[in-house]
Design a binder for this molecule. Structure first.
Ligand code: ZN
Length: 300
């Protein structure tokens, strides 16, 4: 519509019903404020991602108890980053945590630097003390199908996109896709741990092969497949502009300042373009697996 902003100024925090028994838990806010999901089956419920600090996870659990009396019996993690996994410790230890094999490996490798997180999230500093990681109990290789009675929940690992161990959670009957951080919606994608080229290929593959009607992104409000198309548009734009400047020998940080972001300039955290350009320069040099440190990425 003419005259209206494309980017909403904010969105609602809380549980939103996507289809009967399938919910997105959406959070509004800044860095490390992520989304989660709730899928209710015949006798049990499944949670997608566990959020970050305790007040966030407890608010999510409160919302789950209001939505269903069925017990949570499985947790699926879309990737290893702390904003999606730190909250695992606030769930009952008996509930199995499921993730891709590489997600568990990356989680063990990266460890948990709480001082770093207190630095980037001073507003939650008192919550970011004396915590440990909880690792997945069950890992899978290529794909896995979970059945909650009649409800079918597919886990797909399509390769290294946002992180090496990404899982997308797809409900084929309902055509709902929980993307984890393969989709960012009105929030600039974080790419410090990504393979941007792989991410572009995987987003294209999802759009071509999954008949998705509803997308629950890792950050930002839910949408339809246009949300994933917009993430893809950002990654393509930055890769195209970064490649030009890489060929001209322009250093990454300067290239990042020059890139015209167009509609993406209004998304949250537009300065993340810098980590994307640094990551892409590694990929152009044939070092695609080499990530950007959280320090160089200015907080993640
Ligand atoms: Zn995230």
């Amino acid at each position: 519509m003419a005259g209206t902003r494309e980017v909403p100024a904010s969105w609602k925090t809380g549980l939103q019903r996507m289809t009967p028994g399938v919910y997105a838990y959406i959070q509004a806010g800044g860095l490390n404020v992520s989304n989660a999901g709730l899928i209710v089956g015949d006798d049990e419920a499944l949670v997608v991602d566990a959020l970050y600090v305790r007040p966030m996870t407890q608010a999510f659990q409160e919302a789950i108890r209001k939505a269903t009396r069925k017990p949570v019996r499985k947790i699926v993690c879309t990737h290893h980053h702390a904003d999606h996994t730190l909250g695992l410790i606030w769930f009952d230890r008996d509930i199995p945590v499921i993730a891709h094999r590489y997600m568990r490996e990356r989680m063990v490798e990266t460890g948990l630097d709480l001082a770093h997180y207190r630095g980037v999230n001073p507003e939650y500093a008192s919550e970011l003390k004396r915590l440990r990681q909880r690792f997945p109990d069950v890992t899978y290789e290529e794909g896995m199908t979970l059945r909650l009675g009649k409800r079918v929940v597919e886990l797909h690992h399509l390769g290294h996109a946002h992180s090496k161990g990404d899982t997308v959670v797809y409900l084929p009957e309902e055509r709902v896709l929980f993307t984890g951080d393969i989709c960012f919606h009105y929030v600039t994608p974080a790419t410090f741990d990504a393979h941007v080229g792989g991410w572009i290929r995987i987003a294209e593959k999802i759009l071509k092969t999954f008949p998705v009607e509803t997308v629950v992104p890792g950050h930002g409000p839910p949408g339809d497949k246009r949300a994933l198309e917009k993430t893809l548009g950002y990654l393509r734009l930055v890769r195209r502009e970064a490649r030009k400047r890489f060929k001209e020998g322009i250093p990454a940080r300067r290239a990042a300042r020059e890139i015209p972001l167009g509609i993406y300039a209004e998304w949250m955290k537009p300065d993340r373009v810098e980590q994307a350009v640094m990551k892409l320069y590694n990929e152009f040099k044939g070092r695609g697996e080499q990530g950007i440190s959280l320090h160089d990425a200015r907080g993640g």
